[in-house]
Design a binder for this molecule. Structure first.
Ligand code: TRP
Length: 336
């Protein structure tokens, strides 16, 4: 039996942090041999808010190197750059013409980001989820592993696929496959170091709120030293009054590879002064191997280039097939 396909992407904006790693990429890595994997770098999405042309390509390579450093294995996983495959933008245009405007106007992430942008809201920001639908539907994945915040975008993708099939296909010959979200519970939510009720996020203006995968041991020490705690003695999970405590114990549990029961027992009588150095050392040693692999990859770019070239070839073929089927269904003539 052939493996089921999963696909997901990350934007090359900001630096990858522990929330991205522990919440998503770590699981992509550990489950990559069970699936056929497509993981890409969403650089077309990266310009939906104002961006700096000087860093776009560099951030794209950094993210590719981090994918590899975190353990994605290019022998089993197709890694590619969205903008290298023109079919993404082309299919997004075709979907634009069958997607009702009001489906986009009610997207929560659009409304939140638009508020932050003030006057400077581009059509691309509104259209973001249509491009995401194209990203997904081009490759016909069964599953799309995403965080809670992307659930609505996946719903929209499913709606676009169903609408397209209804309008241009027949019930026994659907043109697009409808994917399922793959939302994983454990470790999926790493919270900010400055507010235990908010998700750790690339877009938080405060660097102190997150630990980046490429933070130096000193930066990690400083961030843990300054992170928000509470005045209670004794540390425990799952106390709704102590979101920071829950988050820091979770980080310790995940980075040290211990069970919740172990950590509960070990930390029950600790104060923050005793716990913080433990957490710091555990984070530093968990990130050390990733950082070492990253340093080697970024020094000799040829390996990343080879991976992205091969990724592009594999992805291009799959994408072209779907695009051709969609254009055919819409009645386009074939290029001569
Ligand atoms: N919107 C996603 C995010 O910010 C990134 C993304 C773009 C994506 N296209 C995708 C994720 C397709 C999954 C599938 O996290």
């Amino acid at each position: 039996m052939s493996k089921q396909r999963v696909l997901s992407g990350v934007q090359p904006t900001g630096s990858l942090h522990l929330g991205n790693y522990l919440g998503a990429i770590r699981t992509w890595v550990s489950e990559q041999y069970e699936y056929e994997n497509y993981f890409f770098i969403a650089d077309l999405h990266a310009i939906t808010v104002p961006h700096d042309p000087k860093t776009l390509a560099k951030n794209t390579y950094t993210l590719a190197a981090l994918y590899l450093a975190c353990g994605l294995d290019p022998a089993h996983t197709t890694i590619f750059v969205q903008s290298h495959i023109p079919a993404h933008a082309e299919l997004a245009w075709l979907f634009n013409c069958i997607t009702p405007l009001n489906w986009l106007e009610r997207m929560i992430q659009f409304k939140e980001k638009a508020l932050k942008q003030g006057e400077n809201v581009s059509i691309g920001l509104l259209d973001y989820p249509v491009l995401q639908a194209a990203d997904i539907l081009l490759y016909r994945p069964q599953y799309v592993p995403v965080g809670e915040d992307q659930k609505q975008h996946l719903e929209l993708t499913r709606d676009i696929a169903a609408r397209f099939n209804f309008q241009y296909g027949t019930p026994d010959a659907p043109i697009l496959s409808v994917p399922e979200p793959l939302i994983r519970a454990e470790g999926a939510r790493v919270m900010s170091l400055t507010d235990g009720t908010k998700k750790m996020s690339k877009s938080d203006p405060s660097e102190q709120s997150r630990i980046n995968l490429l933070d130096s041991p000193d930066e990690i020490r400083q961030k843990v030293k300054r992170c928000k705690t509470d005045p209670v003695r004794g540390l425990s999970f799952d106390d709704p009054e102590r979101p920071e405590c829950h988050n820091l114990l979770t980080l310790y549990m995940l980075s040290s590879g211990q069970t919740k029961a172990d950590v509960t027992a070990e930390c029950a009588d600790m104060g923050w002064g005793q716990f913080k150095p433990l957490l710091t050392e555990s984070l530093i040693s968990a990130l050390q191997p990733i950082q070492a692999r990253y340093a080697a990859l970024i020094q000799d770019r040829s390996q990343i280039e080879t991976v992205l070239r091969q990724g592009r070839e594999t992805a291009e073929q799959a994408a072209q097939e779907t695009l051709a089927a969609v254009k055919n269904a819409l009645g386009y003539s074939t290029p001569l």
